[in-house]
Design a protein around this ligand. Structure first.
Ligand code: PEP
Length: 251
């Protein structure tokens, strides 16, 4: 199976930066065919990213969308809008959404449902804070995020889901403490067990990714190819050369 590598540009770059980024990133395209690479820019940049990467192995996705199909939600983006722009996946419940925009597990669950209803792969982001790990609550917190996050998926005949385990304390803009890879694999195994318990079918094939200050030096440590099969990359995806090096490390 190809490693899954998702770049999350967060609220960085502009549409004017996309052409140069794509030229640099696509300079060695052969490597890119050996991985499943998706870039998630901020919503207004998606058409530029789609234009720059449409004839390449690189796909694109959304960082977030609303849980309602449409309506009077000023400033929001719908799943239909992302799907219409060719997004293949959408991040649901990123820790920055949970922290700064007060997204609850219930909201995240409806986003996962809406992404699925619009034929995109929801990337369910889960992860505990530093305090929660310190208080030995990390397993309880993450299992709850998984259970509630996938709550509405049983209504769909087929399952397309990724899970990204991102301990909040490991993300580059937080404490960025480098986790012990064995702790990441252990949590990924628990996530797999929770998926087995909650999903009627398909739990074995849900890819589990790691995110938290992934860079070319550490990427391989966290991807064992069996339990963890990919990465969600924030800061290091902003530089096309660095992001390409991460792909090179994982293929
Ligand atoms: C992220 O945005 O999901 C992330 C893990 O960020 P970073 O790689 O910068 O820690």
């Amino acid at each position: 199976m190809k490693p899954i590598i998702i770049g999350n540009w967060k609220m960085h770059l502009t549409a004017s930066d996309v052409g140069d980024y794509a030229r640099t990133f696509l300079a060695e395209p052969d490597i890119l065919t050996k991985a499943e690479v998706t870039i998630c820019p901020a919503a207004p940049l998606i058409p530029a990213v789609a234009g720059a990467f449409s004839n390449s192995p690189v796909q694109w996705g959304g960082q977030n969308a609303h849980w309602e199909t449409q309506g009077a939600f000023t400033g929001e983006t719908s799943m239909a809008m992302l799907s219409n722009l060719g997004c293949r996946l959408v991040l649901c419940g990123h820790s920055e959404r949970r922290k700064f925009f007060h997204e609850t597990d219930e909201m995240v669950s409806r986003k996962v449902e809406q992404a699925t209803a619009h034929s995109m792969v929801p990337v369910l982001c889960v992860g505990e804070t530093y305090e929660q790990r310190h208080q030995q609550q990390h397993e309880v917190v993450v299992m709850e995020q998984i259970r509630k996050g996938i709550d509405l998926l049983s209504a769909f005949p087929s399952l397309a889901l990724y899970v990204a385990y991102e301990p909040v304390w490991a993300i580059s803009t937080n404490q960025a403490i480098e986790p012990n890879p064995s702790d990441i694999i252990a949590m990924a195994r628990l996530i797999r067990n929770a998926l087995r318990e909650e999903l009627p079918t398909g739990a074995e094939s849900v890819p589990i990714l790691f995110g938290g200050n992934v860079n070319p030096q550490n990427a391989k440590k966290f991807v064992d190819g069996e339990v963890v099969t990919g990465v969600l990359v924030g800061g290091a995806s902003l530089n096309p050369k660095t992001f390409h090096q991460i792909v090179t490390q994982l293929v």
